[in-house]
Design a protein around this ligand. Structure first.
Ligand code: NAD
Ligand code: ZN
Length: 341
């Protein structure tokens, strides 16, 4: 089969012909139809410090995908050939305390597809049946391909109650933009999104942000006044990984405000901890998705009118993966979906 392989410990990805994966008795073999390109893939392509200490070479990369079941292990009874499925990219150990308690998203020994084990940028991927999600009829295929990052957005945006609340999202990357759509869908009042990239702010507006803020030129304090807000944001979603954005967010929360942190900083970040203490803020780290509660929520919201399709700004055949990475580094993309068939 054809696959995008991190073949050598240096920048680049290589389109290669490699053997199809074998399945064990509990596995499902999936023919990949479409894949989403993630910032993680960009890090692996660029071979930055994180990638160098994380990625075993050689490795098939990629973790956002949709495809069709083509073969089943003898122990698999809940799926059928032809089912349209995606995969939860975190393969958990099944034995740690959290796994045993059913809190699989908190597994202490999780392995990521396309990061620690073979990924989805290939014509086929084999996954344990416990990681396979059967899509509802009528879910758009390109949207199905990005359930993984949509899940990050949903997991973060629904970590705290947003109904009737004022929500501040820092970072209008694809995930911040999708989180804006989710917060609106879930009944938030103001959904304010900040970025330093006007193109991305425009995308956030298209996804349903009620006010976008170029953090280079506008202060959140002034925006609060303009909106008639007096006590700060009720819920903050950090989705940039940027220290200045995080400090701005902390400074603009109401007393008792709730902050969910998804953005991954490249180093340590200093914040004003006295605001956290005196304003009694709650800060919660978010990793991945709830397995499979977030998947259920995504499916239900999409059927109930949540529209995140505008976040997909580019569709390319998989052979043009280098162009996809080039476009992503321009900063003028939402999600890019690669078509494999
Ligand atoms: P992205 O890099 O496309 O988006 C980040 C955005 O933040 C960019 O648009 C950038 O311009 C903006 N930004 C930079 N400085 C800013 C500032 N000072 N103020 C406001 N915005 C600023 O990333 P993405 O794919 O949308 O993902 C969002 C974040 O979530 C990334 O940090 C990513 O690494 C992280 N992530 C975490 C998980 C997890 O499980 N915790 C999963 C996926 C992604
Ligand atoms: Zn575990």
């Amino acid at each position: 089969m054809k696959a995008l392989v991190k073949r050598r410990a240096e920048p680049g990805l290589w389109l290669e012909e490699i053997p199809e994966p074998q399945i064990g008795i509990n596995d499902v073999l999936i023919r990949v139809d479409r894949t989403g390109v993630c910032g993680t893939d960009l890090h692996i392509h660029a071979w930055d410090a994180w990638a160098q200490r994380t990625i075993p070479v050689p490795l098939v990369v990629g973790h956002e995908f949709v495809g069709e079941v083509v073969a089943l292990g003898t122990n698999v009874h809940d799926f059928q050939v032809g089912d349209v499925v995606s995969g939860e990219g975190h393969v958990v150990c099944g034995h740690c305390r959290n796994c045993m308690a059913g809190r699989r998203h908190l597994c202490a020994h999780t392995a990521g597809i396309g990061v620690n084990r073979p990924g989805a940028f290939a014509e086929f991927i084999a996954l344990p049946q416990a990681n396979v999600w059967h899509h509802d009829h009528g879910i758009d295929r390109d949207v199905a391909a990005i359930f993984d990052p949509l899940g990050n957005a949903v997991h973060t945006a629904l970590s705290f109650k947003v109904l009737a609340e004022d929500v501040l999202i820092t970072g209008a990357g694809p995930i911040g933009c999708m989180a804006a759509a989710v917060a609106r869908h879930a009944g938030a009042r103001h959904v304010v999104v900040t970025d330093i990239n006007p193109w991305r702010l425009d995308l956030a507006r298209r996804l349903g942000a009620t006010r976008v803020v170029d953090a280079r030129h506008e202060s959140l304090d002034a925006v609060q006044k303009e909106l008639g807000m007096r006590e700060g944001f009720d819920v903050g979603l950090e989705m940039s990984g940027n220290g200045t954005a995080f400090r701005d967010l902390v400074a603009n929360m109401c007393h008792g405000g709730k902050i969910a942190l998804l953005g991954i900083p490249s180093g340590q970040i200093e914040i004003d901890w006295t605001s956290v203490i005196f304003n009694m803020l709650t800060i919660k780290g978010i990793y991945g998705r709830r397995i499979f509660e977030t998947w259920y929520q995504m499916s239900v919201m999409l059927r109930n009118g949540l529209d995140i399709a505008p976040v997909i700004t580019h569709r390319l055949p998989f052979q043009e993966y280098e162009e996809a990475f080039r476009l992503m580094t321009s900063g003028e993309t939402g999600k890019i979906v690669l078509h494999w068939r």
